[in-house]
Design a protein around this ligand. Structure first.
Ligand SMILES: CC(C)(COP(=O)(O)OP(=O)(O)OC[C@H]1O[C@@H](n2cnc3c(N)ncnc32)[C@H](O)[C@@H]1OP(=O)(O)O)[C@@H](O)C(=O)NCCC(=O)NCCS
Length: 142
C-alpha cells in the first residue's frame, strides 16, 4: 500500500472532503503531562495523535473506524513544559476499507511568536460494519 496519494490522483469531491475533515487540537503543556526531563511525555503525545487522527478520519467518512496500525513516529523536537502544542491531522490516503491519516505536532512558545515542527506520525484506520468486519471506507455519498 502506498504511503500517500497526490491530490491529482483523487476526485475533486474527495479532495474537498479531505480539506473539510482536517482536525486541529491545541493543548497547553502543564506539569501533569510532562516527564522527568520536564518535557511532554511521549505516551501522552501518542494518545493525542491517535485521537486527533481518529477525529479527522471519522469526519472524512462518517463511519465506525478502528485503528489498525501506526507507522513510524518521529519525535524530532522535545516539547517543554510551559509551551503550547498544536496537533494537526489530515487524511493522506484512501484505500478500499482503510485510510491513512498523517499527524503533525507543532510546538509554540507561550510568550513569543515562535513555532516549530516537533512530531510526525501516520495512523491507519479501517471502517467496520456492525459485525466489526472491514467495509468500504469511502463512497461518493459519504
Ligand atoms: C481492523 C480489522 C477489522 C482488520 O481486519 P482484517 O481481517 O485484518 O482486514 P483485511 O485483511 O481485510 O484488511 C482490511 C484493510 O486494512 C488494511 N490493513 C490490515 N492490516 C493492516 C496493517 N497492519 N497496517 C495497515 N493496513 C492494514 C488492509 O490493507 C485493508 O485495506 P484496504 O481495504 O484499504 O485495501 C481487525 O484487524 C481488527 O479488528 N483489529 C483490531 C482493531 C482494534 O481493536 N483497534 C484498537 C482500538 S480502535
Amino acid at each position: 500500500m502506498p504511503l500517500s496519494q497526490t491530490p491529482e490522483s483523487r476526485s475533486p469531491m474527495m479532495n474537498a472532503r479531505i480539506e473539510q475533515s482536517e482536525a486541529r487540537v491545541i493543548k497547553a503543556i502543564f506539569p501533569s503531562i510532562t516527564n522527568h526531563h520536564n518535557t511532554l511525555f511521549g505516551g501522552e503525545a501518542l494518545a493525542w495523535m491517535d485521537e486527533t487522527a481518529f477525529i479527522a478520519a471519522t469526519r472524512f467518512c462518517r463511519k465506525p473506524l478502528v485503528t489498525v496500525s501506526s507507522d513510524r513516529i518521529d519525535f524530532n523536537k522535545a516539547i517543554p513544559a510551559g509551551s503550547l502544542a498544536e496537533i494537526i491531522a489530515r487524511v493522506i490516503y484512501v484505500g478500499n476499507t482503510s485510510l491513512k491519516v498523517e499527524v503533525n505536532i507543532f510546538v509554540e512558545d507561550m510568550y513569543r511568536d515562535h513555532r516549530e515542527h516537533a512530531i510526525r506520525g501516520v495512523f491507519t484506520f479501517v471502517a467496520v460494519d456492525d459485525d466489526r468486519q472491514p467495509t468500504q471506507v469511502w463512497t461518493q455519498e459519504s
